[in-house]
Write a protein that binds this ligand. Structure first.
Ligand code: PEP
Ligand code: MN
Length: 283
């Protein structure tokens, strides 16, 4: 029996549903977050993403807004009606993140951070576990077992590319991982074509391919102004590009036997963004 991870009444990952999670790599300012949140909600994304604890290669790079970013995400979630997914890096932050987010993301760099896996296994929010960039599928499935073993079986796996030798793409998106995981595990699996390619112009093709390969959803980075993004701007879709991709996917998804999981805000009148009391925190 395939596992389906329930997010909200009428919204689950796995089973028949195709769940698109979209938003900025990192929460930067309230204005940028709300602009993207409104766009992805209106385009029919089911979940809003945004990082506030960022795993950056260099300690000098923007590390994320931390707790104040979580509050912005919670505000954006109330505003759009979309549940939020965000990364937690430190076992000591798990309870804090679980207070504000609907799904806890364990990033690729932490796929084998066993204390973190155990800690997210001890709380009740669903967990999005990303495959390590040099991890085998077997290692991913064993990592998921650490979470399951603590009593949390609401785990969604994510293929986000593995390290290859060709700099034409940032990583090698392993789409065969989708059917392989489905053969070996009942857990839902989604695909992240943004990190998987590292290049916005490649994201739509890989998103469509992931849907065709049987993925249960997608994780896509969107930024209102990619050229000024504090992280991963190169791979971020602009709002209009995301809306276009979402429209294409909504036509494709029924052809591969899935139902588009509707975001709460579809069709709703979103409030206009008029007040920004610049809680934005400079990098
Ligand atoms: C992310 O989703 O923003 C992220 C850092 O992804 P990954 O862990 O796959 O690199
Ligand atoms: Mn990113």
């Amino acid at each position: 029996m395939r596992k389906s991870v329930s997010l909200a009444p009428g919204l689950a990952i796995g089973g028949d549903y195709f769940v698109v999670m979209a938003g900025p790599c990192a929460v930067e300012t309230r204005e940028l977050l709300f602009t993207v949140a409104d766009t992805v909600a209106a385009a029919g994304a089911a979940v809003l993403r945004g990082g506030v604890f960022k795993p950056r290669t260099s300690p000098k790079s923007f590390q994320g807004l931390g707790e104040s970013g979580l509050l912005l995400l919670a505000e954006a979630s109330r505003r759009t009606g979309l549940p939020v997914v965000t990364e937690v890096m430190d076992p000591r932050d798990v309870n804090l993140v679980a207070e504000h987010a609907a799904i806890l993301q364990v990033g690729s760099r932490n796929m084998q951070n066993f204390p973190l896996l155990r800690e997210v296994g001890r709380q009740r929010r669903p967990v999005l576990l990303k495959r390590g960039a040099a991890a085998t599928i077997d290692e991913l499935l064993h990592a998921a077992e650490y979470i399951l073993q603590e009593g949390n079986d609401n785990v969604v796996l994510c293929e986000r590319g593995v390290r290859g030798f060709d700099p034409a793409t940032r990583y090698v998106l392993d789409l065969a991982a989708v059917p392989v995981i489905k053969q070996r595990s009942p857990l839902p699996v989604i695909v992240d074509p943004s990190h998987g390619t590292g290049e916005a112009s490649l994201v739509p093709a890989m998103a469509r391919a992931a849907a065709a390969a049987g993925a249960d959803g997608l994780l896509i980075e969107v930024h209102a102004q990619p050229e000024i993004a504090l992280s991963d701007g190169k791979q971020a879709l602009r709002p209009a590009e995301f809306a276009q991709l979402a429209a294409e996917l909504r036509r494709l998804v029924p052809l591969v036997g899935k139902r588009w999981a509707r975001g709460a805000a579809v069709g709703a009148d979103l409030p206009t963004i008029d007040t920004f009391d610049d809680q934005a925190i400079a990098p």
